[in-house]
Design a protein around this ligand. Structure first.
Ligand SMILES: Cc1cc2nc3c(=O)[nH]c(=O)nc-3n(C[C@H](O)[C@H](O)[C@H](O)COP(=O)(O)OP(=O)(O)OC[C@H]3O[C@@H](n4cnc5c(N)ncnc54)[C@H](O)[C@@H]3O)c2cc1C
Length: 431
């Protein structure tokens, strides 16, 4: 018999991924009673599939600062929960075209202006750091020594441990079926196990969050898109130091980091599988998603990988991880209150970067729920920014816009010389 649901809760969080767990933890630390309702298993949605890359440098200073704060928060979590979450390997962006070299120069300037550790790195030094990577075609690179990766499972463990210590109630296998809204105000959350009375709900349902918004008869501009990355097995002929820097090569649209003696390589290509989350069963398990050996996205990934890491091809022993990400029309998440339903907050749409954003996002959500304001600059991530856009009120228009953003995610040039500058769509979160 599952534990009975609490009859009331100050806040109900829908979704037990990093976004919901971080928000719940922060709210509980500030004295709120919080219940997290999870459809399946905690941390087993997108969160359980993530590669965990943590690159703090973004195309805008506000977004970069948020991630720099996130690293500090992770340091505190590690101490309090006694788990190792962050692996500081440093990271490199590499450029093989003049356009990308200008982008790197712009980002180095922007980063240094706000006190972020970043510098150009001569190509011979890049080759020294990454002997297993092709470098003869590179024209510039920059190095961020304080970057690295987060271990998603350990991050979840820390959020849960600290949340539990502060009284958060977690319920797995408990999908939310309805929202009780009376005269534009939230009154409760309905599940098969009963109703919880609450005045505040955070929709942190990841790829499913547009379905939760449907329960309030309101569109949410997110789409669920597939993503794959490969992980090579350790190979004595191609040793990969566990502390090698992560790489981003936006020209080839790939990212990479070391993993247990092998290498993770993922890709933001021009194509992605669209998922209809409403057609999936209640007990859908994202970790059970499989991928065929002849899958087009895998073939494209291996082709791009081989151009930077020529020793990897379709014969290399490797595993493919497949998962679902939540994309938005401008590449930025939705974090904030619903303007027409009092007590409803959205916290979703992290476009492949929810692990690294979650530490600061939890603080922001707690600030917004409890104080109505936050010291963070959240102008670009307001939940209602597409409410007045007629073409983004129904699923076909929303899906097209999100798909397009995904296709351009790594393709766009950032910085002062790119199509984007401060506040240009998608300019700040796609590193
Ligand atoms: C292959 C892959 C690689 C990635 N790599 C990175 C990376 O390197 N770095 C990075 O920062 N991010 C990465 N991400 C993205 C990151 O995983 C997500 O941005 C992040 O996990 C989003 O967290 P979330 O809490 O919003 O969503 P989720 O983790 O999906 O959590 C949402 C939860 O809500 C639950 N839910 C849905 N509907 C209901 C309902 N009606 N009632 C109750 N519960 C419900 C779901 O079961 C789910 O557990 C990657 C993602 C994928 C798929």
């Amino acid at each position: 018999m599952p534990d009975a649901l609490p009859a009331t809760s100050d806040v109900v969080v829908i979704g037990g991924g990093v976004a919901g767990l971080s928000a719940a933890m922060q709210l509980s630390q500030r004295g709120s009673s919080v219940t997290v309702l999870e459809r399946e298993r905690l941390g087993n949605g997108s969160t359980g599939r993530a590669a965990g890359l943590l690159g703090q440098l973004r195309g805008t200073s506000a977004a970069t600062r948020m991630l720099m704060d996130g690293v500090k928060i992770v340091g505190e979590l590690e101490e309090r929960a006694e788990v190792k979450i962050f692996v500081q390997t440093g990271s490199l962006r590499v450029a093989s075209t003049d356009e990308r070299a200008r982008e790197i120069s712009d980002l180095v300037t922007m980063g240094q202006e706000i006190g972020f550790a970043i510098e150009h790195l001569p190509i011979d030094e890049v080759a020294g750091l990454l002997p297993y990577m092709r470098t003869d075609d590179l024209v510039d690179a920059c190095y961020c020594p304080t970057d690295g990766h987060l271990q998603p499972a350990e991050l979840v463990t820390a959020y849960l441990k600290i949340g539990r210590d502060n009284g958060v109630e977690y319920r797995s296998g408990c999908p939310v079926r309805g929202l009780d809204i009376v005269a534009g105000r939230l009154r409760g959350v309905k599940t098969d196990q009963g109703t919880i009375e609450t005045a505040t709900v955070i929709n942190a349902a990841g790829p499913w969050s547009y379905l939760v918004a449907d329960l309030a008869e309101s569109p949410l501009q997110t789409a669920a898109l597939g993503h794959v990355y490969l992980t090579t097995r350790p190979d004595d002929n191609q040793p990969v130091d566990r502390h090698s820097p992560a790489i981003r090569d936006r020209h080839l649209r790939i990212y990479s980091r070391p993993e247990s003696g092998g290498l993770i390589v993922g890709m933001y290509g021009t194509e992605a599988v669209q998922h209809d989350m409403g057609s999936l069963p209640d007990d859908f398990d994202m970790s059970a998603l499989t991928v065929r050996a002849d899958d087009l996205h895998v073939a494209l990934l291996i082709d791009a990988t081989r151009r930077r890491f020529p020793w990897i091809d379709e014969r290399t022993p490797l595993t493919i991880t497949r998962g679902i990400m939540t994309f938005t029309p401008d590449g930025k998440p939705f974090c904030g209150r619903h303007p027409e339903i009092e007590g409803l907050f959205h916290c979703s749409g992290f476009c492949g970067h929810g692990i690294v954003q979650s530490p600061a996002i939890g603080v922001i959500m707690a600030d917004l729920v409890l104080d109505g304001v936050t010291d963070y600059d959240i102008e670009a991530i307001q939940a209602d920014r597409f409410f007045e856009h007629p073409e983004l009120q129904a699923r076909p228009g929303i899906e097209t816009a999100c798909y397009q953003m995904h296709a351009e995610y790594y393709g766009r040039i950032e910085g002062a010389h790119g199509a984007g500058s401060e506040n240009t769509p998608g300019n700040d979160l796609s590193s």
